[in-house]
Design a protein around this ligand. Structure first.
Ligand code: 2NL
Length: 383
């Protein structure tokens, strides 16, 4: 803190002007002889008490009370103004005026205090009169995790339990990790401007989380098992597609990893999310980075695989009894070659859309629910 009145002439903390003997008196003292007499000052002081009593009776708020207090007892208030005339009295007359001033101050303070207490008591009584203890309480707002986040965490926990590590990587990727290393050379149709959000020629928003696995393989030797959750981006926007969505991809590489490991792992995963009764089927498919490839269907969790709920056709599986949940396959040797793994290694990989899994798990019919942030929807996932 800066020293105040820094010359040392004044007590520390006292502004020099206020304490200075040169400061102007608040009310100019009348020249001796033609000024007010001691009696004048005493009766002016005494007159303040009944006047204040009247003012206090009219003050109906604590704010008005305070204004009144400043007017009478304040540093530039009425008492101070009267006392400023003290120097014009003969020294012998001054003590009597001083004593009156002290006594008037005391009485004024007492009047203020009692009026203040009365006003405060009135305020409290008014608040109590309005308070209705029979009104039911308002439930406080509770935050909740987004359903996509909840399901993404649940899926990661399941794979952790199966021995997988969780890996992450950048959402803004370079061409090489997103496409080239995954067996999608420059002329591959998936690289079309129509499908991918490019930042520059070589830099893009990742279209899947596979580049995380590609980076993991470049940094680690087999055996390994990782899942990569995160946001991915496509140049796509309609009722069933959003430019950003969430994906979880998994990869297991090691000696003699086979389609049987893939099937066992994914069956265990599906039953952990959708229940032990869930049936699983694998259909042949194609992905550029796996060979052979498959799509995995599960028995419909809405109708239990019957295709109908009572007499009504099931809207989730469109009466087929099956719904597609993910894609998978045995990692293409071209991918292992790109990351410098020896030709003998084998592995499986899979990928799924988290919004899709969430829609199936909770019977959500409309993808737009995930992005509208309507608390009536989100609040249903509060735990
Ligand atoms: C889908 C299908 C898939 C993969 C992702 C993958 C990653 C590496 C190597 C080989 Cl590093 N494959 N990922 C494999 C098959 C399917 O995703 O429908 N995703 C939503």
């Amino acid at each position: 803190m800066l020293p105040r009145g820094g010359t040392g002439l004044f007590r520390c903390g006292t502004p020099p002007l206020a304490a200075s003997p040169c400061a102007l008196p608040l009310t100019k003292a009348a020249p001796r002889g033609i000024g007010k007499s001691a009696m004048d000052l005493i009766s002016a002081l005494e007159g303040l008490v009944p006047e204040l009593e009247k003012g206090l009776g009219q003050a109906s708020s604590l704010e008005a009370l305070e204004a009144l207090r400043v007017d009478v007892l304040g540093r530039k208030g009425r008492i101070a103004q009267i006392m400023a005339q003290l120097p014009s009295l003969a020294p012998a007359e001054r003590p009597a005026v001083g004593q009156t001033a002290n006594s008037v101050k005391e009485r004024c303070n007492a009047l203020f205090e009692s009026r203040k207490a009365a006003l405060e008591a009135g305020r409290e009584a008014e608040a109590l009169r309005r308070f209705d203890p029979s009104i039911p309480g308002r439930a406080p707002w509770r935050g909740s995790l987004h359903p996509t986040t909840l399901v993404m965490e649940e899926i990661c926990q399941i794979f952790k339990g199966l021995g997988f590590d969780i890996a992450s990587g950048p959402e803004v990727e370079i061409d090489y990790y997103n496409f080239e290393a995954l067996n999608m050379p420059p002329e591959h149709p998936a690289r079309d401007m129509q499908d991918t959000l490019y930042i520059t020629d070589k830099v893009l928003m990742r279209t899947h989380t596979s580049p995380v696995q590609a980076r993991t393989m470049l940094n680690r030797k087999p055996p390994l098992a990782v899942v990569a959750p995160g946001k991915v981006y496509r140049r796509d926007s309609d009722l069933t597609h959003t430019p950003m969505f969430h994906q979880i991809e998994g990869l297991m590489v090691g000696d003699g990893i086979s389609m049987a490991h893939l099937r066992g792992t994914l069956t265990a995963f599906v039953r952990a999310v959708f229940g032990a009764e869930t049936q699983v089927r694998f259909r042949p498919s194609f992905f550029p980075f796996t060979e052979p490839s498959a799509e995995v269907d599960i028995s419909c969790c809405m109708c239990g695989g019957k295709g109908h709920i009572g007499d009504a056709p099931c809207r989730v599986c469109k009466t087929t009894g099956w719904v597609e949940i993910l894609g998978c396959g045995m990692v293409d040797p071209a991918v292992f070659e790109a990351v410098g793994y020896p030709a003998e290694v084998s592995g499986f990989a899979f990928g799924m859309g988290v919004e899709r899994v969430t829609m199936l798990k909770y019977g959500i019919g409309d993808l737009r629910m995930f992005f509208e942030n309507d608390v009536r929807f989100l609040g249903q996932f509060a735990r």
